[in-house]
Design a protein around this ligand. Structure first.
Ligand SMILES: Cc1cc2nc3c(=O)[nH]c(=O)nc-3n(C[C@H](O)[C@H](O)[C@H](O)COP(=O)(O)OP(=O)(O)OC[C@H]3O[C@@H](n4cnc5c(N)ncnc54)[C@H](O)[C@@H]3O)c2cc1C
Length: 352
């Protein structure tokens, strides 16, 4: 598959070529790609359950497109990294990956990233997935059962029985973890689309659980409404939105030091146990500013879609820019996306 191997990662690039060790046919329109990560990048590719990889898909039109795929494997149970790609009707990247990738091929990937991940695996979890939205949820489910102590309830919606991904694995897990795992399959072919009232009745039984939701927009909307009707507090609701990137995060951010005469705020930034103080120019986002100052910062899409660079304003004010993926409550709590935000006040204190 020369198209893939030709795209060697540029020197200094964050992209890492991963070898595909196996392709698994999960259902008629879904395939998993299992990767072997080179020893030299193992640490960079450690991940938390619920995180995703960003893959570079070759394109004759544009050279390449970038697509995010959640890791369906668990860092606690699986040796290898696995993503699961469902074909999108008329979609370029997903169909390319399903049609062209074979064992032995190489695909470039950015390191794992994302904030759809539990803070405590010992909590109880109410997991909501529809269709390919099962992928990050599966990683969370397996991680909690293996490395945590809590209970897990999965509500998994699909068009029909044939579209259910990971059916056999879920059956095995439910048998192995009797008393800790309950799996509820919702099949549209039999039950129709779930309604807010039906899901609220169910959610009512688990209001103390952490809810993680991933699936098509209408499904996520109805689950959110149901949880709110059941009185589940917003800080127990976590969402992952699947959408295609429009930019190219494989192109490195330009690294420009800040000229002395630039109008800038003073930023105090806590990250990885260290505090940095630096000048944050009015018109520049925080990711570019930190990279320019030589500070490592988590980021992936750089277009406000993935949430990898989310941080909190502890003091001062920022202009959020594109913050569509953040919930109102997140914003009220000070959360912002560092790849989008610019400073408003003269002094800002930030925590990653
Ligand atoms: C955090 C995250 C996790 C995700 N996890 C998963 C997952 O686990 N499993 C999963 O299946 N999906 C996942 N997704 C969704 C996935 O990233 C893609 O959005 C999905 O696969 C659809 O991509 P697509 O390219 O097939 O379709 P589209 O989004 O429809 O692609 C069309 C886009 O590609 C462009 N395009 C079309 N043809 C070409 C061409 N020849 N050359 C260049 N550009 C072209 C078009 O201009 C258009 O912008 C995730 C998304 C996110 C953000």
């Amino acid at each position: 598959m020369s198209a893939m191997t030709d795209m060697g990662a540029a020197p200094g690039s964050r992209a890492v070529p991963l070898t595909v060790s196996e392709v698994i046919e999960e259902s008629e329109d879904t395939r998993s790609l299992v990767f072997s990560v080179p020893d030299s990048h193992r640490e960079q590719f450690t991940y938390r359950p619920g995180q995703f990889l960003t893959l570079r898909v070759p394109s004759d039109l544009t050279g390449s497109v970038a697509r995010c795929y959640s890791l369906a494997s668990s860092p606690h149970t699986d040796e290898a990294h696995k993503v699961t790609v469902k074909r999108t009707d008329g979609g370029y990247g997903s169909n390319w990956l399903c049609d062209n990738v074979a064992a032995g091929d190489t695909i470039e990937s950015l390191p794992p990233s994302g904030i759809f991940t539990p803070t405590d695996l010992d909590d109880d979890f109410l997991l909501w997935a529809a269709g390919s939205g099962i992928t990050p949820v599966m990683s969370i489910l397996k991680s909690v059962l293996t490395a945590g102590t809590g209970r897990v309830v999965l509500c998994y919606a699909n068009r029909d029985e044939r579209s259910v991904i990971f059916a056999a694995e879920l059956r095995e897990l439910a048998a192995r973890y009797v008393g800790r795992l309950r799996v509820l399959h919702w099949l549209e072919s039999i039950q129709g689309l779930p309604t807010r009232a039906q899901l609220a009745g169910f959610a009512n039984l688990f209001t103390g659980y952490q809810s993680f939701i991933c699936g098509p927009a209408p499904y996520m909307a109805v689950v959110k409404e149901a949880l709110s009707e059941a009185g589940v507090p917003r800080d127990r609701i976590h969402l992952e939105v699947f959408q295609s990137l429009t930019g190219d995060p494989f192109v490195e951010a330009p690294i420009h030091p800040v000229p002395d005469d630039t109008d800038a705020a003073e930023a105090h930034i806590d990250i990885d146990g260290q505090t940095h103080t630096l000048r944050w120019p009015r018109g520049r986002n925080l990711v570019d500013t930190m990279l320019g100052a030589g500070i490592e910062v988590p980021y992936s899409c750089r277009e406000g879609n993935c949430g990898s660079c989310a941080a909190t304003v502890v003091q001062g004010a920022v202009d959020l820019g594109n913050a569509n993926i953040l919930e109102e409550q997140d914003i009220a709590d000070g959360l912002f996306l560092a790849c989008q935000a610019t400073p408003v006040s003269d002094e800002v204190t930030i925590e990653f």
